[in-house]
Design a binder for this molecule. Structure first.
Ligand SMILES: [Zn+2]
Length: 111
């Protein structure tokens, strides 16, 4: 039952009657309340997703290549190894893999 959940999650509403809770959310029926809660959940979910995207951007390191561009960072060693194989096969360029000095992941360098 939605009302019970709401009272449990939002302790400041725990003493309210069903009608008062509907009133609080400015809705007239349980159905409306349900869609309101769904909407709130959606908004929260989006906020969490945005937050994770921000984290990923912060996760970048400051290593530069010879042209002073930011070096591409591979978060997993396996991904970097795949790229080494790919470059050798398709471009005949031999790359070496090394750990990022900032401990963010892995970089590739031409040899
Ligand atoms: Zn780095």
């Amino acid at each position: 039952m939605l009302f019970i959940t709401i009272r449990r999650v939002y302790t400041h509403l725990s003493d309210l009657s069903n009608e008062e809770i509907l009133d609080y959310y400015n809705v007239t029926s349980l159905k409306e309340l349900n869609s309101h809660i769904e909407h709130v959940k959606e908004v929260l979910k989006k906020q969490i997703e945005n937050y994770e995207e921000e984290l990923e951007e912060i996760d970048r390191c400051f290593c530069l290549d010879s042209r002073a561009d930011f070096k591409y960072l591979y978060p997993s060693k396996k991904e970097a190894e795949e790229q080494v194989k790919f470059s050798l096969k398709s471009k005949r360029v031999k790359l070496t893999l090394y750990a990022c000095p900032f401990h963010c992941g892995w970089h590739l360098a031409k040899t």
